[in-house]
Design a protein around this ligand. Structure first.
Ligand code: C2E
Ligand code: MG
Ligand code: MG
Ligand code: MG
Length: 291
């Protein structure tokens, strides 16, 4: 009896693993198909300068709706893309789409940057920088309007290689942000070696800021360190006015979050920019840009 029970448990366990593996295989096949059929889209979320509320950038976030699977979150399909190598094709598509969109915003009179999330696997692949340069040239976007977001944990995992990689990006003239900052156990000595322009304070710290006094202290410290290194500091996941006020007290430079806008499809993103720039122009007495 003991043996069959043990066998049963074993079977159950392996069935569980199988299910996981099967789901991954199914997801991979569907993602491959979605890329081929151009079924992914990008949503854009504004990044605002905190003191005056100007929109300075838009972050591109990949979206996938599959007829059978429904809406699949990036948290599910990005890891699959990374594990299967599809991230190269996906990443190249995201980069081109986001840069082309940014160029159109510029032509409409909204000179914002576009932030593109990139995975370490992707950037370490041979030819990545050539692909970036090629895309920028083709689209006609100046490098300084492209911001590459790399997570702190990815950078720390490959710390030694990352130092050289980031220097190379700098030489291209693109901006670099460290995403999810505060969750990846950065050593400050590395931060000093990383040639980056901005750190993005992870939303877990932002969430704590109105409930825990020490969270304010932590953010103040991050901002002070960032500023001492000449970096901009943006807080992500800002949902309430309360949080935003605390961030202003912490001398945070920029904010991004549901308080201002959720990630939006291109049409809504354009409307958001139109309104934001019209308001800014009215406030400063300039002409309203053409719509
Ligand atoms: P991330 O780059 O840190 O993006 C921030 C995430 O927080 C996004 O989730 C965004 O929708 C969400 N968010 C923004 N504001 C708020 C807020 O006020 N409250 C809350 N609760 N959430 C907020 P999303 O779009 O599901 O993306 C998750 C992650 O997937 C991203 O985290 C990024 O690491 C990755 N990702 C998304 N698109 C791409 C892509 O094109 N390439 C790569 N490599 N990764 C991507
Ligand atoms: Mg990001
Ligand atoms: Mg983040
Ligand atoms: Mg993240």
């Amino acid at each position: 009896a003991a043996k069959s029970a043990g066998g049963g448990r074993y079977q159950f366990f392996s069935a569980g693993l199988n299910e996981q593996a099967q789901e991954r295989v199914a997801l991979e096949a569907a993602l491959r198909d979605a890329l081929k059929k151009d079924l992914l889209t990008l949503h854009y979320q504004p990044q605002l300068e905190l003191r005056e509320g100007r929109v300075v950038g838009m972050e591109a976030l990949a979206r996938w709706h599959d007829d059978t699977l429904g809406t699949v979150a990036p948290a599910r399909f990005i890891p699959v893309a990374e594990q299967t190598g599809l991230i190269h094709e996906l990443g190249a598509w995201v980069l081109r789409e986001a840069c082309a969109q940014c160029k159109r915003w510029h032509q409409e009179g909204y000179p914002v940057t576009v932030s593109v999330n990139v995975s370490i696997k992707q950037v370490m692949q041979e030819g990545f920088s050539e692909m970036v340069v090629g895309t920028l040239l083709e689209v006609g976007l100046e490098p300084r309007y492209l911001d590459l977001e790399l997570t702190e944990s990815m950078l720390m995992e490959k710390a030694a290689e990352s130092v050289a990689l980031l220097r190379m990006f700098k030489s291209l003239g693109v901006q670099i942000s460290i995403d999810d900052f505060g969750t990846g156990y950065s050593s400050l000595s590395y931060l000093k070696n990383f040639s980056v322009d901005r750190i993005k304070i992870d939303q877990s710290f932002v969430r704590d800021v109105t409930v825990r006094d020490d969270a304010v202290g932590i953010i103040k410290a991050i901002v002070a360190i960032g500023h001492s290194m000449g970096l901009q500091v943006i807080a992500e996941g800002v949902e309430t006015r309360d949080e935003q006020e605390k961030l202003l007290l912490c001398k945070c430079d920029q904010v991004q979050g549901y308080l201002h806008a959720r990630p939006m499809p291109p049409v809504q993103a354009a409307a958001f920019l139109r309104d934001a720039f019209a308001r800014a122009a009215a406030a400063s007495g300039e002409d309203v840009p053409p719509s």
